[in-house]
Design a protein around this ligand. Sequence first.
Ligand code: BG6
Length: 515
Amino acid sequence: MADTPVNTPVVTIPAQEASSLRASDPCVFVILGASGDLTKRLLLPALYNLAQQKRLPENFAILGYALADYDEEGFRQKLAGALHEFSCDGGRPELVEWIRQRSYFINSDFENPEGLATLKSRLAEIDKKYGAGGNALFYLATIPRFFLELPQRLAALGLLRQDNGCWRRLIIEKPFGRDRATARELNLGLAKILGEDQIYRIDHYLGKETVQNILAFRFANGIFEPIWNRRYIDNVQITVAEAVGVELRAAYYERFGALRDMVPNHVFQLVELTAMEPPISFEANAVRNEQMKILEALQWIEPENISECIVRGQYTRANDGSAVGYREEPGVKPDSNTETYVALELHLDNWRWAGVPFYVRTGKRLTRRDTEITIRFRRAPMQLFRETDISRLSPNALTLQIQPAEGVQLTFDAKVPGPEMQLGHVAMHFAYADYFGDVCRTGYETLLYDCMLGDATLFRRADMVETAWNAVEPAVEYFDAHPGEGLVTYPAFSAGPKEADHMLNRAGRNWHAIG
Ligand code: BG6
């Protein structure tokens, strides 16, 4: 029998076929803010993909709500247009039609009592027509100002009550506050009108397959866990690099900056999944309790440590002039001190990770889009190869690539063929696409489907949101009070400020290259 070449897939099970085709619960999917980009680019294509995978039941309907210059028929046309434009296959006619004919629309603003009263009556009609059993999911595709106000209005109309065994759920998406106090205020406000099990807080990083795969990688394989600790790991590096600039979001970004925008949410998710202990099961609270312990173990960065543990940067014009600097972007103040890049050295106070730095960095207008986690292992205990320059021996590294390419890479040293003992760095690389094909998804499919099934594993709990702020709160407060202090610059499309390199160099380490 011929050997199987190393790169030949042994098992090729498209995810879709591998899993059971269970449709979600019957429900009416209410989109509040249905005229925006999120609906068009992500929610509708995600629902389309779920319909294609037969994960939506016949007892399913969509009710859009927004102030728009079109009526219900106009909404249906927009919806079909969005599916043609943003679904991977251009929108199969029969599927587009399946979604189109079960979609309804109310043209009104969120503050209009008449509009909301219509929402109540139409929801009841649609529920009856489709036999949704009273189940409704309210997706807040709105600006944060409405995150509390709108659910309060829904509650006042009795729309969040779970009578006669039906469920009523609310999805909101970050930002969950701008600091711990505002996050708490939002949580307390929501807790007055909804049970915690009715609130689904989306952090879209958890919708990414490879983010979820971190758990599979760690806990479904026996070989990694024994070395996944301070005895074998020297440091962990997490990079969330973007090539895009602030785009047209200056109004939001000027108030948040890279630290608030990315760290206590997306970046911490990655830290949690990398560092957490195995949960006792994959039940929502079992997983989230372990994530929560990591958030609790994160050392707070106090003001006296800021200069050593945090680098804040802002992009300037690209060296070749291909992009403007942040301060020249539309809507940005010409003397803005908002950071577009941040690198942090984090530490976890727990048995597994004591003494292992977690270096994290995220920024806009970096060399390229690249999200990855690199685990750098300790060097071999003895330098057996004396003639080899020690600095040329690289530590073994395991990289979990999250986007744009999804995969896993292990680098190690191997002997270069020839009579002398020379070592070279080599890599073993697994690419998802080679094994599972290029599955087209928006990242929202699993999240929406899970919410419709009542599985909250991939959603943030109130306590997690508040605790996540703790580690960065002293720093954000400090920067609010000293906006320009320590802010450095980096040219657009570079690897970030050199000060971030120095932060690692001081400890004899260096960043894994971006991309
Ligand atoms: C959002 C941030 O939450 O995540 C944006 O507000 C950022 O500033 C985006 O660009 C990054 O998401 P992704 O999926 O492109 O890595």
